[in-house]
Structures are given as structure tokens and as C-alpha cells.
Design a protein around this ligand. Sequence first.
Ligand code: V47
Ligand code: SF4
Length: 357
Amino acid sequence: MPTFSTIVEKVRNRQRISSGEALELFESRDLLTIGELAALVNEQKNGKNVFFNVNRHINPTNICVNRCAFCAFSRTSGEEGAYTLTLDEICRRAREAELEGATEVHIVGGLHPDLTFEYYEQVLRSVRQTAPGLHIKAFTAVELEYFSRIAGLTIERVIQRLIAAGLGSMPGGGAEILVEDVRKKICPEKISGARWLEIIRLVHLAGLKTNATMLYGHVETFADRVSHLEMLRELQDETGGFQAFIPLAFQPENSDLKLDIKGTSGVDDLKTLAIARIFLDNFDHIKAYWVMLGEKIAQVALAFGVNDLDGTVVEEKIGHDAGAASPQLLTKECILNLIRKAGKNPVERDTLYRPIP
Ligand code: V47
Ligand code: SF4
């Protein structure tokens, strides 16, 4: 049984901690020591710099055949609130974003029963054509598996064709909790955790960077969170293709998950971010996604090992359909202010973490 003080010594000596030790940290009440350790690890990697980007989210459709129990965004075809954007509407949003100084569009959506793979290729081509200055970060491993199924293509071929159409990198969604028992309860129709990792491995091998997320604060145990982090750390040791790790705090409103606990606590949010910073020693960036955390916890997270706040976002549906209390967008000035008031140095970045002068 690892003791808290041996874990502290290990982290101070820049040694990797084990899964058992990560579990010990999750079970500890000493939030401040965990935060201090995470801040130390982050400072060694990133100094006082905190990254953000100017981006815009676009969700082409909320119609989805999966209907995960935690998801308040998805609809069945024909249901009230179901929508599918036209290519023109997608391009208008991208063009608007570019004119407003964005460097990235983040495109993810539901698994639509009728749209073809060619439509998604067309989305990428059209965005590239109308807003050539934007990096396109799009689609999750879940969507890639669906494309491969509807098009009758291998995942490798799907990846090649998406790259040819303009895909620049991938966000980290669809990971949820990679442990099978948990997936059976919260997203039984979704690809397995093993398949998510396999597809991401292929994306990394094709030369694209991705992020990794973890949806926490629902039915999972601390041990499940640690297993999730362990699987990510192993894959990162192999490919080095992950850029940022992003814990996503579960927003319970309007979802089918009936839980006693309504949403995560600030203590759990900060502890999860900090332990991720300590455990994922091979990840360069830990992102506090302000949409799910709220601006205040995201700001405090900068003292708990976080070095990225995501971006301006502009139009967010997934968290807000599930009751997120954060605003729809943060202006660049607002993000700069938030970082400076936390005593840190804001750095605007592009998708690949190159500073923008
Ligand atoms: O995969 C769905 C999650 C994800 C809820 O990579 C929910 O830069 C909380 O992955 N409460 C999509 N979370 C969002 C995502 C993301 C967001 C920002 C940045 C990046 C990045 C990636 O949202 C889904 C799912 O895990 N989600 N429903 C909910 N009720
Ligand atoms: Fe569909 Fe993704 Fe929502 Fe699951 S989380 S129902 S796959 S949109």
C-alpha cells in the first residue's frame, strides 16, 4: 500500500507514479498538497505560461443513432429540437470565425443515420475553401468508426481521405471512461474503449495529433478513472500523439442518467485535474475546459497544474444542452484577464501549440 508521503517524494524527485499511487491520491482529502505537487510538475514543463486559442465550435448535426445515456445534446431523427446544418450554414460559421480572428474550427456531431461519408468529406473541403486560414480539428474516434461502417472502408482509408479533404487534427471526445463495465452503463451503443484506443493509435500513426478526454462524475469509481488514465499513458508512451488531456465534468441536466449526485464538486474537479497532471507525465498539456467547469474553477485550476484553458468556443451545445451554467463564449479579452488575474502569463496558441505572435 503506497503511503502519501512516499508519493510526494516520488513526484518531487520527478519519478513516475504508479496506478496504485494515483488511486491513493484520489482517495486522499489533502487537496492542497496534491495541487501543490501538480503545480510543481506543471511549472517544470510550462513555467508560468497558460495557453488558450481563438476558436469556434461547429456541431453539424445533433441527430445520432447512439443516444448515450449521459448525452443531452443528441436527438432522434424527427424529434423536436433535431437539426442538421447545411453546408452553407457550416461555411458561414467558419468564415465568420476566421474574420473574428479564430485560428481553429472544432467540428463534431452526432452519428446521423442518413448522411454519407462523402458529406463529411465535403464539410472539410468546403470549410477549407471558405476559410483557408483555419486549422480544422474535427471528429472523434467514434465518428471515424461510423464513417468506416457507412462507407465500407478501413479506418486507415477513412483517415487518409479525411486528411486529403482538410482534416488537421482530432479532438479528444468519445473516450468517456474507457473501462467496459462503465461504458455498458452510460453508452452501451458506443464503440468499446479498446476500439477507441485502437483508432486513435492509427490516427497518431498517420501523423495527426489528437487530444484525450475523460467524462467523470457519473457512475464511475476512482479506480475506473485511474484505469482510464493508465490506458492513455500507455498509448502516449507508444505514439506520443496526444497533445492535451481534458477531463470533462459531467453535466447531468436533461440526460437519461439518473444519479443522486447532481454534478461534480469543485474539490473533485481540481483534484482530478491535478492528479491527471501528476500521473500523465508524458502529456505536455492539461486543459481546464471552462465550459463544463465554469470560469471560476477553470481559473483556480491554473494553480492546480493546468496550463490550457481551451478557447473562445463561441457556440457550445453539448454542455449547455445538459445544463452547463457557463456562458456560450468567452472573448479573448476575458480569457486574457482571467489568466493574468491568476498570476500567469497568457499565450495565444494555434491548434498545434505554436505561440501566435
Ligand atoms: O465525447 C457529452 C462529452 C464530449 C456530456 O479535444 C458531456 O480540445 C459533460 O470532447 N456532460 C465532446 N460532458 C466534447 C469534447 C471536447 C470539448 C472541448 C475540447 C475538446 C478538445 C474536446 O462531451 C463527448 C462527451 O464525452 N459530453 N455529454 C455531458 N452531459
Ligand atoms: Fe451521439 Fe456522441 Fe451524444 Fe453519444 S455522446 S449520443 S455518440 S452525440
